[in-house]
Ligand binder design. Structure first.
Ligand code: NAP
Length: 257
């Protein structure tokens, strides 16, 4: 459907085969892209190495997005191996478990800081690292993953909703500054999908059921469907789209009741 031949991409946020970032990696590889995939720590490194075995000549790199040093090392390695970068997929998010079950009023200063650092600031830091490599290729595309909890209240989404609001606003500021270099920055707001991250949200299965009952398509979405939307934004098909939050949620966002 989309052509990413001759393109190189960096994918951040693969934990296992259920990860949305992994679905995007598979779609991008199938479209012909060469990929660098990062993993956080050796525990996940094994998973990611196994998954990546099916990809053509992947570059695997350790990256904790809270470390400026590791971010610098990642882009140095990508630059060395790829000589530039065409796209970046940002799928990292985290909030301490208690913050996703306690009342929002009880959000701790440290929990707030961590959630915003990992889930929102990391996009800014990664975009800063990616920009010079993309500029050398005449432009690029950055895609991050967000959720409707940035605008509306979902039980227990709590500080992650605040982080997603900051993430979506960062998309707009980044798009505004990077546009003149031909770099587009967009978010996909995905409907709920069962993954490692979402299983940390207390009562997540009732959110899933609500989408099945209420969304116009009367169902939830698959990671592969989010990946198809990402292909649009990463490829030249999306060349006039930037600063956008694309809803891939079976239409749920349109409903009042
Ligand atoms: P996932 O597979 O658990 O992916 C989240 C990723 O973030 C994991 O690889 C995780 O690694 C990584 N991460 C956390 N802290 C990190 C750090 N300090 N440095 C580097 N990576 C770190 O879950 P997912 O659902 O696919 O999430 C991907 C993105 O989609 C997230 O932004 C999420 O908010 C968003 N999203 C998800 C849904 C959903 O329903 N699943 C809906 C809308 C949007 P660790 O496992 O090591 O922490």
């Amino acid at each position: 459907m989309f052509d990413l031949r001759e393109k190189t991409g960096l994918i951040v946020g693969v934990a296992n085969k259920r990860s949305i970032a992994w679905a995007i990696a598979q779609a991008a590889a199938a479209a012909g892209a060469r990929l660098a995939i990062t993993y956080q720590g050796e525990r996940l490194g094994e998973n990611v190495r196994e998954l990546a075995e099916g990809l053509p000549d992947p570059l695997l790199l350790p990256l904790d997005v809270t470390s400026d040093e590791q971010i610098a090392e990642t882009f140095a390695a990508v630059d060395h191996d790829f000589g530039g970068l065409d796209f970046l997929v940002h799928g990292a998010a985290f909030a301490p478990r208690d913050e996703l079950s306690n009342p929002f009023l009880q959000t701790s200063r440290e929990g707030f800081r961590i959630a915003l650092d990992v889930s929102a600031y990391s996009l800014v830091a990664l975009a800063r690292g990616a920009a010079p490599l993309m500029e050398r290729r005449g432009g690029g595309s950055i895609v991050t993953l967000t959720y409707l909890g940035s605008e509306r209240v979902f039980p227990n989404y709590n500080v992650m909703g605040v982080a997603k609001a900051a993430l979506e606003c960062s998309v707009k500021y980044l798009a505004s500054e990077l546009g003149e270099k031909g770099i587009r920055v967009n978010a996909i707001s995905a409907g709920p999908i069962k993954t490692l991250a979402s299983s940390g949200i207390s009562g997540f299965s009732s959110i899933l059921q609500h989408y099945r009952d209420r969304s116009p398509l009367r169902r939830t979405v698959e990671a592969s469907e989010v990946a198809d939307a990402a292909m649009f934004l990463l490829s030249s098909a999306g060349r006039a789209v930037t600063a956008e939050v694309l809803m891939v949620d079976a239409g749920y966002h349109a409903m009042g009741l």
